[in-house]
Design a protein around this ligand. Structure first.
Ligand code: C5P
Length: 234
């Protein structure tokens, strides 16, 4: 499968989210709903996107005790999201408990298995910050270590930065799903993103999905912005 585009719905209200989905759904199949929008609108925003026949990546980065995260994962599954994520740092027992709960439920309901992603090291963290929370590995080693933990627990893949695609593709194999934010077309401004890569680089290096927000949502011509990114991916 070619690298697919996920558009980040980073807006505060349901109405704004719906306006974007209405405009973009003819050319975009996947939308990401994060903490801001979900906290404001709740499950209604997921249902809204599904009504446009699009799929949702629920980006809530669950991190709690195993039972609590497994229950949140089941709630996500019941909402019909096609992808959601949990923090890998929650540990192997938490990760395995999530996958057990999900697998048990889809066996009963015959639903499709969602893509379950681990969040490894947030791109806002550097080595010094990691050290201060007690992690002594380098960022790179921590990312790989946590990705391996995710794979062993049966997760589908991880969210990673563009600069980590090649390494993770090499170490984790071809079936491990890599979802990559921090993407900027060659002519776009970086905003607050630091280690950006272009859609073509991400695709070339083996990303399965790229997540793009502002270069599309704040473009003068959003459809044109999508078309340019998709042609770059191909
Ligand atoms: O507007 P922009 O394209 O920078 O949006 C990127 C999206 O991906 C945002 O929703 C942001 O929260 C998310 N993200 C990120 N970097 C990460 C993880 C998620 O930019 N490491």
């Amino acid at each position: 499968m070619r690298t697919q585009l996920i558009v980040a719905l980073d807006v505060p209200e349901l109405e704004q989210a719906e306006a974007l989905v209405k405009e973009l759904s003819p050319v975009v199949k996947y939308f990401k709903i994060g903490m801001q929008l979900f906290t404001a609108c709740g499950p209604d925003v997921v249902r809204m996107v599904r009504e446009y026949n699009c799929d949702v990546f629920l980006d809530l980065k669950f991190h709690d005790i195993p039972n609590t995260v497994a229950q949140a994962a089941l709630s996500s599954l019941r909402l019909g999201v096609f992808m959601f994520n949990v923090h890998a740092i929650g540990g192997d027992v938490m990760l395995a408990t999530v996958m057990q709960a999900i697998n048990k439920e889809i066996k009963q309901t015959k639903q499709q298995l969602p893509i379950v992603l681990g969040v490894t090291v947030l791109t806002s963290m550097d080595r010094q910050q990691l050290n201060r929370v007690g992690v002594i590995r380098s960022v790179k080693n921590e990312v790989v270590g946590l990705a391996v933990l995710c794979k062993k627990a049966g997760l589908s893949g991880v969210v990673c930065s563009g600069k980590e695609i090649k390494l993770l593709r090499r170490v984790m194999g071809k079936d491990f799903v890599l979802v990559v934010p921090g993407i900027r077309p060659a002519d776009a401004k970086a905003d607050d993103q630091k280690r950006i890569v272009t859609p073509a680089q991400a695709a070339d290096w083996g990303a399965n999905y790229i997540v793009v927000g502002r270069p599309i949502t704040q473009a003068e011509n959003r459809i044109q912005a999508v078309t340019a990114i998709v042609s770059d991916l191909n």
